[in-house]
Design a protein around this ligand. Structure first.
Ligand SMILES: NC(=O)c1ccc[n+]([C@@H]2O[C@H](COP(=O)([O-])OP(=O)(O)OC[C@H]3O[C@@H](n4cnc5c(N)ncnc54)[C@H](OP(=O)(O)O)[C@@H]3O)[C@@H](O)[C@H]2O)c1
Length: 269
């Protein structure tokens, strides 16, 4: 039997988020062996070629080699995957990335000695500058919590939040918000006559430079807003028109729709 130190970080599911996480882990020099299991041989071949990971087409063999077991299949596939695993008879930390699937349901499908964590990273972790929220079942030992945090700290900042706030985090923290805002702002600028390249450059700087200024942490968000949008000036007029057209309420509505979706997932899985 392998000692815990010799065991690997095993990903079950070799899709988008697994690929991004492994890219980030490789970039940051993560040392523990990485093994990926997926039902598509072509995906495994590509991951092996791109990131020099080990691949394991046999689920049981993959699980048997795991120190940390990362569940990275879509939420509607988690139950089937956990049933296929059946039982695990040694203590192991499993980390589910599945949006909307509560710890209670994970534990009901694969219980002790398996202990559960949930993590919500984003594909931005590919650059090593992501953010991951984590939450733990109460029985997960401190050492194991530390290991989970250490794994995701390799690819960016980690915050621990109560599970009751996980869905709110999930719908708020998606790089898609940034891409969506960028596409919307650049698209509107094109309609005003800017060529595509100038429009997307101006929009990207408007969004990214503002966020970098806020990240520097020297000035509060309210102060930055006041500085950039002089009362009665053009920027303030633009923002006021956006607010009266429903900008903030559209965002709130989008997030609520996301929460409804995660709750539906929780009911169905
Ligand atoms: N993508 C993101 O940005 C992101 C961010 C945070 C969290 N997540 C979470 O991470 C999970 C994975 O998302 P993803 O976007 O990476 O999905 P994905 O690209 O669809 O990857 C999942 C992979 O797992 C395979 N798979 C599913 N069930 C399997 C099974 N029983 N045995 C072996 N392989 C299996 C899938 O094959 P098939 O295509 O045949 O099903 C697919 O290749 C989701 O639960 C999602 O909520 C995703």
């Amino acid at each position: 039997m392998k000692s815990p130190d010799a065991r690997a970080t095993v990903f079950l599911g070799g899709g988008r988020i697994t690929s991004a996480l492994i890219a980030g882990l490789r970039l940051r020099g993560y040392r523990r062996p990485i093994i990926v299991h997926d039902r598509h041989a072509a995906k495994l071949t590509q991951l092996k070629r791109n990131y020099d990971v080990a691949v394991e087409p046999d689920l049981r063999c993959a699980v048997d080699q795991a120190h940390l077991l990362i569940i990275a299949v879509r939420p509607d596939g988690v139950s089937v995957l956990l049933s296929a695993i059946g039982t695990i008879q040694r203590p192991i930390t499993a980390i589910s990335l599945a949006a909307g699937m509560p710890l209670a349901k994970l534990r009901a499908r694969l219980g002790p000695p398996v202990r559960w964590a949930r993590a919500m990273p984003s594909p931005v972790c590919r650059s090593g500058r992501g953010l991951t929220a984590v939450t733990f079942e109460p029985a997960l030992p401190r050492v194991a919590r530390h290991e989970v945090k250490q794994l995701f700290e390799k690819v960016g900042q980690v915050i621990e939040i109560p599970e009751s706030r996980f869905d709110a985090f999930t719908v708020t923290y998606s790089a898609s918000h940034g891409y969506h805002a960028l596409a919307a702002l650049a698209g509107a600028a094109e309609k005003l006559g800017l060529d595509r390249r100038t429009a997307i450059t101006a929009a990207a700087h408007a969004l990214a430079d503002g966020i970098i200024a806020w990240r520097e942490g020297k000035v509060s968000l309210n102060q930055l807003l006041r500085e950039a949008a002089t009362p009665g000036g053009t920027a303030a007029t633009v923002l006021a028109a956006m607010t009266s057209a429903g900008y903030e309420s559209a965002i709130a509505r989008g997030l609520r729709a996301g929460i409804t979706r995660t709750k539906k997932t929780a009911r169905l899985v």
